[in-house]
Unconditional design. Structure first.
Length: 167
């Protein structure tokens, strides 16, 4: 069973070949939509699977930044009274990207060139997302790391178990 430890310390159990199935879905999506690169990101920014132009891959910084931007904009949308946040789209002069929710824990990053139309990317992404959701449902329930929980009660507070050894 493949496992992946995320930046947040969560361990994802991907099951036999699930990461390969994610890659196959993403490869089909890249080919159909003409995006240059696509990645399935966990909510902390960890790249679970990707496909497309290897020049756009990095060691995770882009995924972490994308997840942070997505979470920030989702929070702004909720504060402004829109609980139906459906993603983020950036339109640059030469390159564009979008972040689309797949599930509460996962999002899809798509990077494409300016001539590719966003409507085509969005339509193809919808089909890929349905396939990804089907595979995500087969994942075992994620187990957390053994680190003690840190649960802020106010602006800045920790439970005693997070600071002191309870032997």
């Amino acid at each position: 069973m493949d496992s992946l430890t995320t930046y947040s310390g969560r361990v994802l159990q991907l099951g036999g070949g699930l990461s390969q199935q994610f890659r196959q879905i993403l490869a089909g999506y890249v080919q159909e939509s003409e995006v240059r690169y696509a990645a399935l990101l966990e909510e902390s920014g960890t790249i679970c699977a990707d496909a497309g132009d290897p020049a756009l891959r990095d060691s995770g910084e882009t995924g972490a930044l994308a997840a942070g931007a997505y979470a920030a904009l989702q929070a702004v949308a909720q504060r402004l009274g829109d609980g139906t946040f459906e993603g983020l789209f950036h339109e640059g002069k030469a390159r564009q990207f979008c972040l689309t929710p797949v599930s509460p824990q996962f999002m899809l990053l798509s990077v494409f060139e300016a001539p590719v139309r966003f409507a085509i990317v969005k339509a193809c992404a919808s089909k890929a997302i349905l396939r990804l959701q089907g595979q995500i449902e087969t994942m075992p329930i994620a187990t957390r790391s053994t680190a003690p929980p840190v649960r802020p009660a106010g602006d800045f507070s920790f439970e005693a178990t997070a600071l002191f050894n309870q032997a």
